[in-house]
Ligand binder design. Structure first.
Ligand SMILES: Cc1cc2nc3c(=O)[nH]c(=O)nc-3n(C[C@H](O)[C@H](O)[C@H](O)COP(=O)(O)O)c2cc1C
Length: 450
């Protein structure tokens, strides 16, 4: 089993940071969500440290319905990911650009075109985080009353990805000759019409842009329910996961790799990256004080709003000081996250108040509050024990928390021989050691268009 000995690192570009109270912290720009200079600064810090990519999460809606929550939540004012990544592509040279887009409320032609454009703009650094929509307030923005069922959304996602990949293969890599002398711009024998007719989509093609420099932008996925993991094993080249404990992560890692192997995929072509919220202090005490400051800036209504979103049902009327029960109504939203949070609450014997605080602090991810040495040890341990091929770093507040990570934790990782100092390749695929996909039509020997 081959495995590059070096961990992969991504940076979650959250406008103020992963912590719900971050937007109020000193040094965090309160208008960061719509400030390109803020994002450019964060991305430059990550690129300077040789992070593999920056990642933008997204839902096309706001997640709260309660005006008390809406008044205090600091993340409902931010850029659409592909637009922002396109701007960042011109300010960066090497770092990968991972954008989230839902298969539930887009059409494949649009997304195939946008991600192909981002891949060309960035000279091969684009990636698509494929999601199926997780927030109920997305539905009414697109003419629906409710989100379709979880399995129906995954069925649409499968077909969606198949169509997008087919569209990216519309043109063989060398189809555009652009020969001024002869006047021939494109070789039509290297053009392929998709002519897809399926349960959800009818798409003729071809795409009106050359095949992306990476063949396909890197495909990222983050499902963790049975359906979600199956989909991740089928299409995910990078798979994000939330795992607050090492044993969750190890179980997820082993199961996902086994499923992928069962589908004929190679282990090192499926990169598992749990999230980590590092709160770095020169001493443990300093790190704890940083967390306490963020907590004191977070109103209970905000904590409840986030918990409601992640648990997928209304928790506003819970008795804050009663214990969280072992079971809750099943959600149609993020099933895996609900289970993960509930398991943790039962294991830790959390009251609702404690649970709300924990969710707001960690977002359900692994959170490490400590010295650079302690944080690096947890990461290296996770990597060595095959709980992770790398981590999606989610600083609690930015830019300060990112700067702490870059200045203090990255050197520790390098000292342990687990993280690089420079980029090895030009494209994101090269930097992640992922293979460039061949054109399906070329592979099948289909030499003429229809
Ligand atoms: C780390 C992580 C990041 C995610 N980011 C997003 C996101 O930005 N937008 C979104 O709609 N879903 C996001 N999701 C949700 C998943 O992509 C997936 O659609 C969801 O988990 C439903 O599948 P599941 O029930 O199998 O987990 C994320 C999940 C994880 C674990």
């Amino acid at each position: 089993m081959r495995r590059n000995d070096e961990m992969k690192l991504g940076l979650l570009l959250a406008q103020a940071g992963a912590h719900e109270g971050a937007w109020r912290a000193p040094g965090v720009p309160a208008n960061g969500g719509v400030d390109i200079d803020h994002y450019a600064h964060l991305t430059a810090l990550a690129e300077g440290a040789a992070f593999h990519f920056v990642f933008l999460a997204d839902s096309p809606c706001i997640s709260e319905r309660d005006y008390l929550q809406i008044a205090r939540v600091g993340r409902n004012d931010g850029f659409e990911p592909i637009t922002l990544l396109s701007a960042l592509s011109s300010k960066t040279q090497n770092i990968g650009l991972v954008g989230t887009a839902t298969t539930t409320y887009h059409q494949p032609y649009h997304l195939a075109r946008m991600f192909a454009s981002l891949d060309h703009l960035s000279r091969g650094r684009a990636a698509w985080n494929i999601v199926i929509s997780e927030v109920k307030f997305e539905a009414p923005n697109f003419g629906d009353d409710e989100l379709a069922d979880h399995d129906a959304r995954f069925a649409r996602a499968r077909e969606f990805v198949e169509v997008v990949q087919g569209l990216w293969d519309s043109w063989e890599d060398d189809a555009f000759i652009r020969d001024k002398q002869s006047g021939i711009f494109a070789d039509p024998t290297k053009l392929h019409l998709l002519d897809h007719r399926g349960n959800h989509f009818s798409v003729r093609g071809p795409l009106n842009i050359a095949r992306p420099p990476q063949g396909y932008p890197v495909l990222v996925q983050a499902g963790a329910s049975d359906d979600g993991m199956q989909f991740g094993a089928e299409v995910g080249e990078v798979v994000f996961t939330a795992a607050p404990f090492l044993e969750n992560a190890k179980r997820y890692y082993a199961t996902l790799k086994e499923k992928a192997r069962g589908l004929g995929r190679e282990d090192d072509q499926v990169i598992v990256m749990p999230g980590i919220v590092p709160i770095v202090g020169r001493t443990k005490q300093e790190a704890s004080e940083k967390l306490q400051r963020l907590q004191s800036d977070t109103h209970i209504d905000v904590e409840i709003g986030l918990a409601e979103h992640l648990l997928g049902f209304d928790v506003r009327l819970m008795d804050l000081d009663s214990l969280v029960p072992e079971t809750l109504p099943q959600t149609n939203f993020i099933q895996s996250t609900q289970k993960l949070i509930l398991d943790l609450a039962v294991r830790e014997r959390f009251t609702w108040r404690q649970l709300f605080r924990w969710v707001s602090d960690s977002k359900g991810q692994l959170m490490v509050v400590g010295t650079p040495d302690e944080i690096a040890n947890v990461m290296v341990d996770g990597f060595d024990q095959r709980a992770a091929d790398g981590f999606n770093v989610m600083p609690a507040a930015v830019p300060g928390g990112l700067k702490d990570f870059v200045d203090l934790v990255i050197p520790e990782l390098r000292r342990r021989g687990k993280f690089r100092s420079r980029y090895a390749g030009q494209t994101l695929r090269e930097n992640l050691c992922l293979k460039r996909p061949l054109n399906r039509f070329e592979l099948a020997g289909v030499s003429t268009r229809r």
